[in-house]
Design a protein around this ligand. Structure first.
Ligand SMILES: [Zn+2]
Length: 424
């Protein structure tokens, strides 16, 4: 097994340590000692003076290849936005998904993300992109049947076939199951997909309570909130991950806590589409819900930058609650890292011996980090994501000095496809 040594690297709380990575895990963290570091027998040594090791971000809700629709529809309501997006999606090809996913992963690497949970189409093409670029990924088979009987049956067959295929994927890339929402997916498939996920130990994810209109529609149609509807169908447990949850009622929050679900906040997307911003972070956390962070797709949030999402989440929580103490920086980091790992069932999201080596190195040599009263304060509020210098995923260096292998080719192909297909 290869050994990689991060020599003389700072921790978030300012200690200088040596971090040894053996294979894909962190095998040792010790106080920096030059002689001892030389004796560790590393195949590769990175001199990390001036850099801080932070856990790589886990983006818990995105639609990766929507990077190809970045900026496609500005200043519109969600429904108009969806109509434009769905029209383009009817022309998607494997090639667009492949290069769009690579474009997304390139952006994630540059902004410190080492793992993501994806909800999108043509999964094998996206998986190929994740495999080749070396990111940790959960790609979900996505149900969206519009209540059509033929589509309902076809999607079940496709999900089973994908699961068979997923057995050949590398350990780093896993399959999950997603349902778009209860306003686009039949009850039959909401339940079928959850049962399939349960039987095969897969995560299950959905959009839920994103807008007031959606919540109102469920009240008219089913006489209950979207969360109650999911609960009635038996869809909620520790392996269920709900994106948005902006419009949850106090009794929804209590019930979601009892079921032990995860809720993913996507603040930039919610703000931009005017879906709502009074996300009940404290109430959800106190009820026992695992709260995580996502960016949503680049067509709505325009980027996949988790550090920026953290900053917005913090500012908006402080603002609407009129309470600056509401979300301490170390808790905010957990929302963007270890909480996601917990939901996905992986040993990542923190830098400790035994955990997966998914590490971002932040270069402190810039004006944003001077003076150095509080590293996390500088990192989240002062810097921008160009502070990420090096990224390690599963023990492999996937970005060094902000360079990612093949990045020019990715930009060229994405631009070519934009002209050939998307803009047509
Ligand atoms: Zn979404």
């Amino acid at each position: 097994m290869g050994k990689l040594l991060l020599k003389s690297v700072s921790t978030i709380d300012g200690k200088e340590v040596d971090i040894l990575v053996t294979g894909n895990r962190i095998s040792r963290i010790s106080e920096h000692n030059a002689q001892e570091a030389d004796r560790m027998g590393a195949d590769r040594i990175l001199d990390c003076r001036g850099k801080v090791a932070v856990p790589g971000f886990i983006n818990m809700h995105t639609h990766t290849a929507m990077t190809m629709m970045r900026g496609v529809c500005e200043d519109e309501y969600l429904q108009n936005w969806l109509n434009i997006v769905w029209a383009i999606e009817s022309r998607l090809s494997d090639e667009i998904i492949y290069w769009g996913t690579k474009l997304a992963i390139l952006e994630m690497f540059k902004t410190g993300t080492t793992c993501f949970l994806d909800m999108y189409w043509r999964v094998p093409a996206a998986v190929r992109a994740s495999e080749e670029m070396g990111i940790r990924a959960f790609h979900t088979y996505n149900f969206l049947d519009n209540f059509d009987a033929e589509t309902i049956a076809r999607q079940q067959r496709e999900c089973i076939a994908l699961f068979e295929e997923s057995k050949k994927w590398p350990e780093r890339v896993k399959m999950g199951v997603s349902v778009h929402s209860d306003y686009t997916v039949s009850e039959e498939n909401l339940v079928w997909a959850k049962n399939f996920a349960r039987e095969n130990g897969l995560v299950y994810t959905s959009h839920l309570a994103e807008t007031a209109a959606e919540t109102h529609e469920d009240e008219v149609k089913f006489g209950m909130t979207p969360a109650q509807h999911f609960d009635k169908l038996g869809l909620l447990d520790e392996r269920t991950i709900l994106a948005h949850g902006v419009w949850l009622t106090p009794s929804d929050v209590k019930m979601l806590g009892e079921r032990g679900v995860t809720v993913v906040h996507n603040i930039n997307s919610n703000l931009k589409l005017s879906s709502g911003y009074k996300f009940k972070y404290c109430e959800l956390r106190d009820a026992g819900v695992n709260v995580c962070l996502g960016t949503d797709g680049a067509a709505s949030s325009n980027n996949l930058d988790m550090r920026e999402a953290m900053k917005t989440m913090s500012l908006v929580q402080k603002a609407w609650r009129e309470d600056p103490t509401v979300l301490p920086l170390c808790r905010l980091m957990e929302v963007a890292t270890s909480n996601g790992a917990r939901a996905l069932g992986i040993d990542a999201g923190c830098i400790e011996e035994g955990s997966l080596a998914d590490i971002a190195l932040v270069d402190k040599r810039s004006e944003a980090f001077v003076p150095d009263f509080n590293f996390l304060g500088n990192f989240i509020f002062s810097a921008n994501s160009s502070c990420f210098d090096t990224l390690i995923v599963d023990g492999n260096v996937v970005m060094e000095n902000r360079k990612v292998a093949g990045e020019d080719e990715i930009l060229e192909n994405a631009n070519r496809l934009l002209k050939e297909t998307i803009k047509k």
